[in-house]
Design a protein around this ligand. Structure first.
Ligand code: NAD
Ligand code: IPM
Ligand code: MN
Length: 354
């Protein structure tokens, strides 16, 4: 029997509500097929932990996480703790220290979901977001505080190696998945140092992959094209911040944040990868039991794909789609009136191996 050890960090707000449903799915899979078993261990490193210990995770937190095959993350963010604290002390150190330099975010209109744009087109592409540097560098400062010339600076760092790594991953992903076009999201018309360098290095990698079409759009126009012709994209390659923004927009054109999954991937396998929904802790609906667990459950499916179990990934997606097609048990964000737990149970009841 193959044992997979999964660290579960439910986090804050709706995080614990939706991760609970994803863990139920893992348990059910272990039950269906005795050839594998998912052992989950929960870590309560969240804003409540911070309020007690003045840190988001223990000093040896990363050491503890290293021992797992993968991490399933809910979301963090609590009005009692400043967002930059929870983010820079938990989620970003994991992404950076575990060299999860790829953030993979599928934008796919699942069967059973109405196209929110009312277009009769299939939408199925992936955002590949640089996940370790770029605009997400904790470097900068406030200067001349209290003076008239007071100012703030936040640095962006793009390294040749960092850009090459993500571009090479994107082309490899295209080859492996039979995708024939890559779209580069840029802003080199204005950001003449960082984004011009980004384009240059991406295009060096593009030149080595001539069988895959390459196009480049400025991020502002690209945002409009996401809405006007989403069917035209296969892979959208983006820097850290651009990929962040495009992924919430991308979720909105296929049903919203309640559905959108993501994987923070360390392609070399030197440290565990981490899987989490695109959405945050949604304090506005936390505790009401109405959060959509599909994004979290789909993220768990991406985790299983990453662990080499595409069969299980596909089984989960089929179950989600069955529930969507029946249109009976849906949370309010996608037009239903069911609870988080009811949707989780409905997905679990459909799970079967082909
Ligand atoms: P959010 O994604 O939490 O919520 C945006 C909107 O989407 C809200 O209206 C919310 O109700 C809705 N929504 C999100 N997930 C949903 C779900 N599963 N089902 C139904 N509706 C859902 O973004 P925000 O409000 O900008 O941020 C809230 C907090 O989350 C902040 O503290 C932010 O820093 C944090 N955040 C954390 C992560 C993460 O941990 N990965 C990601 C994004 C935001
Ligand atoms: C996301 C979130 C994170 C990001 C935050 C919580 C650091 O918005 O995963 O999209 O900006 O990457
Ligand atoms: Mn985001």
């Amino acid at each position: 029997m193959k044992l997979y050890k999964i660290a579960v960090l439910p986090g804050d707000g709706i995080g614990p509500e939706v991760t609970k449903e994803a863990v139920k799915v893992l348990n059910k899979l272990s039950e269906i097929d005795s050839r594998f078993y998912f052992e989950t261990k929960e870590f309560n490193w969240n804003s409540e932990y911070y309020l007690q210990h003045r840190r988001m995770m223990p000093e040896n937190g990363l050491e503890q996480l290293k021992k797992f095959d993968a991490i399933l993350f809910g979301a963090i963010g609590d009005p009692r703790v400043p967002d930059p604290v929870s983010i820079w002390e938990l989620i970003l150190p994991i992404r950076k220290q575990f060299q999860q330099y790829v953030n993979l975010r599928p934008i796919k209109l699942l069967r059973g979901l109405e196209n929110p744009l009312k277009q009769e087109v299939p939408v199925d592409f992936v955002i590949i977001r640089e996940n370790s540097e770029g605009e997400y560098i904790n470097s900068g400062g406030l200067m001349f505080e209290g003076e008239k010339r007071e100012m703030a600076v936040h640095n962006t760092v793009m390294t040749r190696q960092g850009i090459r790594n993500i571009a090479e991953f994107a082309y490899e992903y295209a080859r492996e998945n039979g995708l024939s076009k890559l779209t580069n999201a840029t802003k080199s018309n204005v950001m003449s140092y960082t984004m011009t360098f980004w384009d240059q290095v991406v295009e060096e990698v593009a030149a080595q992959n001539k069988n895959i079409a390459y196009e480049k759009y400025y991020i502002d126009a690209l945002a409009a094209y996401f809405v006007q012709r989403p069917e035209s994209f296969h892979i959208v390659l983006a820097s850290n911040l651009f990929g962040d923004i495009l992924s919430d927009l991308g979720s909105a054109i296929v049903g919203g944040l309640g559905i959108a999954p993501s994987g923070n991937i360390n392609p070399k396998g030197t440290f565990p990868s981490m899987f989490e929904p695109v959405h945050g802790s949604a304090p506005n609906i936390a505790g009401k039991g109405i959060a959509n667990p599909m994004a979290q459950i789909w993220s768990a499916a991406l985790m299983l794909d990453h662990l080499g179990r595409k069969d299980l990934h596909d089984a989960i997606l089929r179950s989600i789609e069955e529930v969507l097609m029946e249109k009976k048990v849906l949370t309010p964000d996608i037009g239903g009136n069911a609870s988080t737990v009811e949707v989780g149970n409905a997905i679990i009841s459909k799970l079967k191996m082909e």
